[in-house]
Design a protein around this ligand. Structure first.
Ligand code: ARG
Length: 435
């Protein structure tokens, strides 16, 4: 008899004394800084912080480490995960042309399973019995973190203080002042921001009024498109098996290439995304994103796919891509279907090799040229001028057979009287068709 593995339900109710050591996913901002002290007080346990460098631009990581230790953390881990994030997460999103509901390049969603994985790794290393994160009870991120963490380590306890502590913003600031927790200078910022290599997600403040244009101060990576240079900029991007490897013939590691494109694209106002979005928990929310590299690379990648794939592949792949994107958005990184879909996506991308020229201009990215050894495009077939290869006389017979069923259906629709109760239905049909 085989051993039965029980997944069971997770014990969320933790009390003071239940936990000895907790790993906190720490950003260095106000919420997670308050959490260090709050968790120590409320659970009577040690706190060890973990900060991942996934390409966020705003924070000095050494400063974050010092701050965590100063606030009472027993230890503070900083992990440079930029290469891992690009090579093992973002590359898949490029191959899948991942845009949730047609717009959002799932940047925040992609980094959550990576952070969950590292939290579990560090929890095992330091022998912690809990993991804490700073997500709220209304968003997607709590789902993404906890589904991954509990799958990888079912015996761990998860603490989400923002879901529990019932502190208003003012009470939180009071608490911080009382415990000597530095209040960030940018506290005035009305926005909630999450950043990584693949994009910058902005929520809250004026953005919540869906009928109003997002204020310009929500932008940090991009110039407003109307203020972008009057001259366009052309880039040649080379792909190998679906993954970008060079810009203007200069090779980069993927994380560096993305960093470059965020800078170049941002200067042209490319990648500003205003999106009304369906969250996992059912809430519809207005989100604002800056994602220059993602916008450029997905546009270029999809164009190259169209050039090298057959029409059947081009028709079918977006269905697979969308399914992949929905699962990633929904926090189901460990769902087996994701891997199944990737098998198809990788197989298709074997031929997605070549160069794409893009033109960046005032918030737009246009593909202006492409070239690939796998291109199914043949000038001799396509050209109206020098077409010698395509046998036009064969088209006549092709059309006759190709349209057979459509012709029949059309003729029938013209001859049958579809009025209810017409008992001449069958007679009418056979008479007219065989005339
Ligand atoms: N709506 C996006 C998502 O669910 C972004 C969430 C960003 N979080 C934030 N703190 N601003 O993936």
């Amino acid at each position: 008899m085989s051993d039965v593995v029980h997944v069971g339900s997770h014990e969320y109710k933790t009390h003071n004394g239940d936990i000895d050591r907790c790993v906190l996913l720490y950003s260095g901002g106000l919420d997670t800084s308050v959490m260090i002290k709050w968790i120590m007080d409320n659970y009577g346990c040690e706190v060890i912080t973990l900060t991942l460098d996934v390409g966020q631009t705003t924070k000095d990581l050494e400063e974050i480490r010092d701050k965590a230790l100063k606030l009472g953390a027993t230890d503070a881990f900083i992990i440079d995960a930029k290469k891992e994030f690009a090579d093992e997460y973002i590359s898949k999103a490029i191959k899948a042309n991942a845009l949730y509901e047609g717009s959002y390049p799932v940047s925040t969603a992609l980094a959550r399973p990576l952070k969950a994985k590292w939290a579990v790794k560090i929890a095992e290393k330091v022998d912690a019995d809990a993991i804490a994160h700073g997500s709220t009870g209304k968003g997607n991120d709590q789902v993404r973190f906890e589904v991954c963490i509990l799958a990888m380590k079912p015996d761990i306890k998860v603490i989400a203080p923002v879901r529990e502590w019932e502190l208003t913003r003012d009470q939180e600031i009071e608490y911080a002042k009382k415990h000597g927790i530095p209040i960030p200078v940018d506290l005035e910022s009305p926005y909630s921001v999450d950043e990584n290599l693949w994009g910058r997600s902005v929520e809250c403040g004026e953005i919540e009024y869906i009928d109003k244009e997002v204020p310009a101060d929500a932008l940090a990576w991009c110039v407003p498109p109307e203020k972008a240079p009057d001259e366009p900029e052309y880039l040649e991007i080379e792909f190998e098996h679906g993954v970008p490897v060079s810009i203007n013939n200069k090779r980069f590691e993927l994380w560096q290439l993305i960093t470059e494109l965020n800078r170049i694209g941002g200067a042209h106002g490319v990648g500003v995304i205003d999106h009304v979005e369906d969250r996992i928990v059912g809430i519809k929310s207005r989100e604002f994103y800056e994602a220059p590299a993602a916008t450029i690379l997905i546009k270029a990648h999809r164009d190259l796919e169209k050039t090298v794939l057959t029409r059947y592949e081009n028709w079918f792949k977006p269905i697979v891509d969308q399914e992949w994107t929905n699962l990633v958005y929904a926090g189901l990184w460990i769902e087996p279907l994701l891997k199944d879909l990737e098998a198809f996506i990788n197989q298709v991308n074997k031929r997605v090799t070549g160069k794409v020229i893009v033109k960046l201009f005032k918030g737009n990215v246009m593909v202006t040229g492409r070239d690939s050894p796998y291109a199914l495009y043949d000038l001799k077939l396509a050209s109206y001028n020098k077409g010698q290869l395509f046998n036009q006389t064969a088209s006549k017979g092709f059309i006759e057979i190709w349209g057979l069923q459509s012709r029949m259906a059309y003729m029938i629709s013209q001859t049958i009287d579809l009025r209810v109760g017409n008992n001449m239905y069958l007679t009418n049909k056979s008479e007219k068709v065989h005339k």
